[in-house]
Design a protein around this ligand. Structure first.
Ligand code: ZN
Length: 196
């Protein structure tokens, strides 16, 4: 769990990189600055700056150029930063949804892994607000993420099925029928109707 010190330290790193955009920066330069600035402002020791930098890179805020070299590109990082839930927001979303998947109802008790998901996806401009967040189990989250791909797959199979039917091509017809039955079996993309 993150504590307040971690959050302040992270903010300080962000401050440094925002002052130094689009430049390849080696670890020591960042570390020297954050350690001394942190000491100046709080009187405390900045613990493990390397780990904090790595975390910023993992979260997509920084681009890793080479071992120990990072770059902050505002055009890429800024977007990411706005769209991602903070640790506090994630906790609030999970709590509001009573630590259960809003889709299938499975939760901590059943031992499933829970994720916080954007209701309106990031790609469609969905924001990182608690209102736009929902709790999904890993299975439902996976299905949701793949919905777009499975949707186009199903539509393509239906088109193939209809063409094969006209051409009386039994082999392709059987192939499409089997695959479309799998969609039905797993109740995937039920809103796309397959007319037999
Ligand atoms: Zn679920």
């Amino acid at each position: 769990m993150k504590n307040n010190n971690d959050l302040v330290q992270k903010d300080l790193l962000i401050e440094f990189f925002k002052k130094n955009p689009n430049r390849d920066i080696k670890h020591p330069e960042v570390v020297d600055w954050v350690v001394s600035t942190y000491k100046e402002r709080t009187g405390k020791v900045f613990r493990d700056p390397d780990r904090a930098i790595r975390q910023l890179a993992q979260s997509g805020f920084l681009i890793k150029i080479a071992k120990g070299v990072y770059k902050y590109d505002p055009s890429k990082a800024y977007k990411r930063e706005l769209e991602d839930f903070t640790a506090a927001q994630k906790e609030e979303i999970l709590k509001r949804d009573q630590y259960k998947c809003v889709q299938c109802g499975m939760g901590k008790r059943e031992g499933v892994e829970l994720h916080t998901d954007h209701i309106i996806p990031k790609d469609f401009g969905g924001e990182a607000t608690v209102e736009n967040g929902q709790t999904l189990c890993s299975r439902c989250n996976f299905l949701k993420k793949n919905l777009k791909q499975t949707e186009s797959g199903k539509k393509m199979l239906i088109r193939m099925y209809q063409a094969a039917k006209k051409q009386k091509n039994k082999e392709i017809l059987d192939f499409c029928t089997d695959l479309l039955r799998i969609y039905e079996k797993y109740k995937v993309n039920g809103h796309i109707v397959w007319k037999k």
